[in-house]
Design a protein around this ligand. Structure first.
Ligand SMILES: Cc1cc2nc3c(=O)[nH]c(=O)nc-3n(C[C@H](O)[C@H](O)[C@H](O)COP(=O)(O)OP(=O)(O)OC[C@H]3O[C@@H](n4cnc5c(N)ncnc54)[C@H](O)[C@@H]3O)c2cc1C
Length: 390
């Protein structure tokens, strides 16, 4: 028998997160929608986020993915996926405190003390600075330069689309340190905002604006070099695979679950020509197709988590889980909006917000096309076998 049962502990954690989402996060949704309608920032304020994190901590929800030596719970990928599926049920982007991005665990001891620990403690905010105005999918072609100068480096160039770049205290910036373009000419640096980089928001379709970041003769000490010179591209790729495998697809699965529940509820109650929408075949087909897609997304996500938890290479499964999740999330929200008619398009319901927010899923952290290229390359070169699940 192949066992799909979560453990008692996983069930208990999932219940705790669901209660937290229902009791603490969902009540904020109408407020955030109202802010959006009134042209205000449609997210939680720093103070609201801090308060919610304190409440979460009191329920034991802190450092869920953080190693025990840093005070965290060090939960496996499967349990993290279950948690993210619950968090995804609200459109409010919220993470429990006590976490730091995976790549920061690869810093040296001194850098961990200065950056990793304050990030876990919520004292410093991080951003990931890879993309540039002329460089996205072909990330290894970056043009921002870091030139050796005495005991440090001088960075010049521009990064763009940087999530959280408007608020971050520091970032990991990927810079060209050799003239030849290619993987090995890139070095990563920890760069504090007060070393001199400037950010400005880029207005986008979704609700949270990324930033353009400019570096003009920004001096960084060599102590802030992240890893070996010319080996920064390996650092960049580390973050992307875990996010693609169990963070984003799980959040989208949670959102789709709630959206489909809304569609079913609406279809049962909305009457046209004397009959509820739920009695119309085309509406039923939309519901059924969405359910099939949602289940495949959940199963792929849990499988990707299992791949990570068993120490297998997560790269192949992370590519198709992210690709499938992004497609499915956009298809389901589109059908759910359609079932709701004009109400789906209005700002009285959260559907239009998810509709806008999901579109980026097919672009960032590897576009659909780049994931397809990776999947086909893995098969054509024999790195992975067709249809192999274990
Ligand atoms: C809201 C948002 C947040 C982001 N956050 C971050 C962040 O925090 N940090 C960061 O570094 N970056 C971030 N990004 C950047 C994101 O990773 C890039 O937008 C993405 O990698 C695509 O790059 P591009 O936009 O330059 O598109 P391009 O690479 O120019 O691609 C344009 C189109 O061509 C396709 N294409 C490109 N090359 C090929 C090919 N060889 N074969 C077939 N099709 C191809 C692409 O799939 C795409 O459809 C963010 C972007 C957005 C919009």
């Amino acid at each position: 028998m192949i066992d799909f049962e979560p453990t008692d502990e996983q069930r208990a954690i999932r219940e705790t997160v669901r209660r937290f989402v229902d009791k603490e996060l969902l009540p904020f949704e109408p407020l955030l929608m109202e802010r959006d309608i009134n042209g205000l920032e449609p997210h939680l304020t720093d103070a609201e986020e801090r308060q919610l994190r304190e409440k979460a901590k009191a329920s034991g929800l802190w450092g869920v993915d953080t190693p025990e030596e840093y005070g965290g719970a060090d939960l496996d990928w499967g349990t993290q996926a279950l948690i993210n599926m619950e968090l995804g049920r609200t459109f409010i982007p919220f993470t429990f405190g006590g976490s730091a991005q995976e790549i920061l665990y690869r810093l040296n001891d001194d850098q961990k003390r200065r950056y990793l620990v304050p990030t876990i403690q919520g004292e410093k905010r991080f951003c990931f600075m890879l993309s540039e105005p002329g460089v996205g999918s072909d990330a290894r072609n970056i043009q921002t330069t870091a030139v050796r100068d005495g005991d440090g480096w001088v960075i010049n160039g521009e990064k763009t689309w940087i999530s959280r770049g408007n608020d971050a205290d520091y970032g990991v910036a990927f810079c060209r340190t050799r003239d030849d373009s290619g993987t090995y000419g890139v070095t990563a640096f920890l760069v504090d905002r007060d070393m001199g980089w400037k950010s400005s928001p880029v207005p986008v379709m979704g609700v949270r604006n990324p930033a353009t970041i400019s570096f003009q003769d920004v001096r960084v000490p060599d102590d802030n070099r992240f890893g070996e010179v010319n080996a920064g591209f390996d650092v960049a790729m580390r973050l992307i695979h875990r996010n693609r495998a169990v963070v984003m697809p799980a959040l989208w699965a949670g959102a789709c679950e709630r959206l489909l529940e809304m569609a079913i509820d609406y279809a049962k109650n909305r009457v046209t020509w004397g009959e509820p929408l739920a009695d119309r075949e085309n509406i039923r087909f939309m519901i059924a197709e969405s359910e099939v897609e949602l289940r495949t997304l959940k199963l792929l996500t849990l499988h990707a988590a299992w791949v990570g938890d068993t120490g297998r290479d997560p790269r192949h499964s992370s590519c198709f889980t992210k690709f499938h999740g992004a497609r499915v999330a956009n298809a389901i929200v589109d059908r759910v909006l359609q079932i709701h008619g004009g109400m789906g398009y209005s700002k009285e319901l959260p559907i239009e917000r998810w509709y806008r927010d999901f579109r980026i899923a097919r672009i960032y952290e590897g576009t659909d096309e780049i994931n397809l290229l990776s999947i086909s390359r893995n098969l054509l070169r024999g790195y992975d076998k067709v249809g192999q699940v274990w």
